[in-house]
Structures are given as structure tokens and as C-alpha cells.
Design a protein around this ligand. Structure first.
Ligand code: SF4
Length: 466
């Protein structure tokens, strides 16, 4: 089997990368979160939750819990987080999460049993041992877990030693995503995240010993002092640890948007050509070491459920990236979290004082949201098919949405001819297929179907893959 067939991705020529790698959304939702409306508030979200049993009766339930606290700042970080060493803050937060659960439980119809639970942050492992048990009890007493539920958590090895991994396993966690970014000491100093190989290894060894089924590792390219050589050494260590999944993100230096990034010296960043080579070399190495290119910036071993979900056409994309579960309703809890329920998005307050005030007043913390119309649902499906399966079956879309594909998307198909000429996609009577050479640029293909990008200039705000 050829390398390209085995891994499913072919690296495009540099000039194609330069021409087609335009800034664009990552499509963890469609429409993207910057389209949400402030007119959609707590009342609208409560109505959606109460309509769930009739609007999406088949949808399974997934929960996302945002824990915003971190002990130290990483200078590259663009997440919504609160830097603190004060653990009384997490106690107050867990109590408020309980109240938010009650507010949702009171109005939500349909199943309350959870198939998938994910903790993100911030650093969820900021929580102490007793707080981990407490927060799980808070959630599962309101929303019980299915027997084989997927329970995952983002782990920072700097605050998750083997003992804490054991606590996580006892609390029911069975999957983890480990933040690493880079193993090089000079890079780690420059981004204020000192995390030696032995520390990460101890956390991952403990996870395997405690029965964690899938371990992801996050890496970032484009950080200060990175070079092809230094990142090759990082990759040697990653491959030695052998995570089941790898996410390789691009660092976008936007100090005007993210205050912490002002601590990074722009002169220390690798040049764009160097970054491209770091990325291409990383893809080459990972795909020749048994990892399958899932899409965007994700890789998984053939044995992992992500690869299997892509193979059998059930892979999904949501706010946490790629997911193996068929479309489910996602109820998100905590500050800045975003729910997707019964064809609507609902975003919580982004700052802790507003979040606390709303919930303590007995009101949902929704500050913006969006109810998808028929055109949004159709385009969301096409974009998700491209992002997850690298293909769109026109007949399937026509059957589901009652349209004539080629007529409805005449404008989009004309634009795609430009991609087809360069060998990035194939357009046939029945299908649109992103070729192995086009996979790295899949979001540029998907952007053709985003109606809102045509309407304004917001595209400038997004970052590129390199
Ligand atoms: S990268 Fe993660 S651990 Fe570091 S500050 Fe951001 S959220 Fe916290």
C-alpha cells in the first residue's frame, strides 16, 4: 500500500499552500460562534430545552463542563481561563455548577442520561482530589451516566501526578487529553510552561495502568525557538510515549487580542517558511509512524475509535474538535461554554461575575445564541461532511433536505472548479470528494459553502494553518 493511501493525506506543493491557505474558521460549529445573536438569551434557551423531547427525541445527551482555573499562565494561551492559586474559588464554582445543573434539569425534556461527558478548561486538573469526586457527584446526581459512557478530561501533567490520575479513574474518567505543546526546554521557558518528559510520561503511564482507553496529546508548532531540528526531537519523544491521538495546532501570534502573548518576543518566533517545514515534516513523520490523518490538525492510530468513526462515516465535529458519537444534543455547563441543543446554539457568559450573578439569581447564564434556519442546517451538514468525511454525497443531501444539489449550490460549485483544477477536490455528478492533496486545505474547501463569509469581511479575523 502506498504511503499516501495508507495515511490518506498527500502534502500539497508550497505554492498551492500559499494560494489556498486563506484565514478561515475551524468549523466546530456552523454558523460560527461570531454569528450568534444577543437577542437569544435565557428565555429562548429555556424554551429550546423544554422542546427537546419533541424537536430532537432521538438525540443522545452529551455534557461539556468548563473548569476555567489554571495555576500558571502559558504565554501562548488564547483560552478563557482564570489564573489563581486560591482553591476556595473552585469550591464556589462547583457549587454554582450544581445550581446551573438544577436550572437546566428543571426545564429540559427528553433523556437525562449522559452518553458522553467532557471536562475542558482552563485546567480541569486544577481541581483537588476531593473536588474531582465532588464535581462528578454534582453532575451525575442530576444527569446519570450510561454504563459505557465516554468520560474524558483535559489533563495538565504539571497538576496531575499519578495519584491524581488514580482519583480521576475512580471518579469514572476513561479518556484523557494531555497538554504538552513541545518538549524542548528552551521553548518551554519562552512560553512559561515547564513540563519535562518524565512528568508527562508518569501521567500517561498512570493513565494506562488505570485503564484509560484513549489518550490524546496536544502539540503546537510556531512557538518561540522552535526549528525543524528541535521539533524533530519533540516528535521522537511523542512517538516514544505513543498517544492514541495527536492534535497538532498552529500558534497564531495575536498579542493585540491575547494579553498573555505580549510576553512572547516576536523576534523569537520561527519564520513562516520554517513553520511550514515544521508542519509538513511533522505530518510526514506522524503519518509514516502509524497515525492516520483525521482532518484539520488531528491524527489517530488506526486502532483508535476516531479512525474507525471516520472509516464508517460516523465522525462528527463539535466545539471540542472531532467526536466519535453520532449527532447528540450537547448541554454545556460553566462560564463561556456553548451548548448545542435541538438545532440551537446557546453561549454562556464569558466572565465569572456575570456567570455567578445569573445563576445565583435563578436564571440561565445564556448571553448569546442562535436558532438554525433551514439553510443553516443544510449548509452545516455539507460543511460537516467535508470536514469529517472529506466528501459530500449529493443524493443523500437531496433526500434529507428536499433540494436539487446542483441548482441550490450552483454558485458554490462554480467556485470549487478553481480547487478542482489544482487537484484539491474532484467534482462529479454524484459527489464532491476532497483529494488526499486537498485534505490539508479542507477548511478552504468548506468555506465555499459558508453563506455568511460571503456577506462580510469577518474572514480577516481567522488564522491560517501556517
Ligand atoms: S494553555 Fe491551558 S494550562 Fe496554560 S494557561 Fe491556557 S488554559 Fe491554562
Amino acid at each position: 500500500m502506498s504511503e499516501q493511501k495508507k495515511t490518506g493525506v498527500e502534502l500539497p506543493e508550497l505554492d498551492i499552500l500559499q494560494r489556498f491557505d486563506v484565514p478561515g474558521p475551524r468549523y466546530t460549529s456552523y454558523p460560527t460562534a461570531d454569528r450568534f445573536k444577543k437577542e437569544f438569551g435565557p428565555k429562548e434557551y429555556a424554551e429550546v430545552l423544554s422542546s427537546r423531547a419533541t424537536v430532537s427525541p432521538e438525540a443522545a445527551l452529551s455534557l461539556y463542563v468548563h473548569i476555567p482555573f489554571c495555576s500558571n499562565i502559558c504565554y501562548y494561551c488564547g483560552c478563557n481561563k482564570e489564573i489563581t492559586k486560591d482553591h476556595s474559588k473552585s469550591a464556589q464554582y462547583i457549587e454554582t455548577l450544581g445550581k446551573e445543573c438544577d436550572l437546566i434539569k428543571d426545564v429540559m425534556t427528553g433523556t437525562h442520561t449522559v452518553e458522553q461527558l467532557h471536562f475542558g478548561g482552563g485546567s480541569p486538573t486544577f481541581l483537588e482530589h476531593d473536588e474531582i469526586a465532588q464535581v462528578m457527584e454534582t453532575l451525575t446526581s442530576r444527569f446519570p451516566l450510561e454504563e459505557n459512557a465516554e468520560v474524558s478530561i483535559e489533563v495538565d501533567p504539571r497538576c496531575c501526578d499519578p495519584k491524581k490520575v488514580e482519583t480521576l479513574a475512580k471518579a469514572g474518567f476513561n479518556r484523557m487529553s494531555v497538554g504538552q505543546q513541545d518538549f524542548d526546554n528552551r521553548v518551554q521557558i519562552a512560553v512559561n510552561r515547564i513540563q519535562p518528559f518524565e512528568m508527562t510520561k508518569a501521567t500517561m503511564d498512570a493513565a494506562r495502568a488505570n485503564g484509560f482507553g484513549s489518550i490524546n496529546m496536544d502539540l503546537i508548532y510556531g512557538l518561540p525557538f522552535q526549528s525543524q531540528d528541535s521539533f524533530n526531537v519533540t516528535l521522537d519523544k511523542v512517538l516514544e510515549l505513543s498517544p492514541d491521538r495527536i492534535a497538532l495546532y498552529h500558534y497564531a501570534h495575536l498579542p493585540e487580542h491575547f494579553k498573555a502573548q505580549r510576553r512572547i518576543n516576536a523576534e523569537d518566533l520561527p519564520s513562516t517558511p520554517e513553520k511550514v517545514q515544521i508542519m509538513l515534516n511533522a505530518i510526514r513523520r506522524l503519518t509514516s509512524s502509524g497515525y492516520h490523518f483525521i482532518g484539520m490538525d488531528h491524527f489517530a492510530k488506526d486502532s483508535d475509535t476516531l479512525s474507525q468513526a471516520q472509516e464508517n462515516g460516523t465522525l462528527q465535529r463539535n466545539f471540542q474538535g472531532y467526536s466519535t458519537k453520532p449527532e447528540c444534543d450537547m448541554v454545556a455547563l460553566g462560564v463561556s461554554s456553548i451548548s448545542k441543543v435541538a438545532g440551537c446554539y446557546a453561549a454562556n457568559a464569558r466572565d465569572l461575575p456575570t456567570y455567578y450573578e445569573r445563576i445565583n439569581n435563578g436564571e440561565l447564564a445564556t448571553i448569546r445564541g442562535y436558532a438554525l434556519n433551514a439553510d443553516d442546517k443544510l449548509r452545516a451538514k455539507v460543511i460537516m461532511n467535508l470536514m469529517c468525511q472529506f466528501a459530500v454525497n449529493k443524493a443523500q443531501i437531496e433526500d434529507e433536505f428536499g433540494i436539487k444539489f446542483d441548482e441550490y449550490f450552483a454558485y458554490e460549485l462554480r467556485n470549487l472548479e478553481h480547487f478542482a483544477k489544482e487537484g484539491l477536490c474532484e467534482l462529479s455528478k454524484d459527489k464532491i470528494v476532497v483529494t488526499p492533496k486537498g485534505k490539508l486545505l479542507v477548511r478552504a474547501v468548506a468555506m465555499n459553502f459558508d453563506r455568511y463569509l460571503r456577506e462580510d469581511e469577518r474572514v480577516r479575523r481567522y488564522s491560517k494553518i501556517v
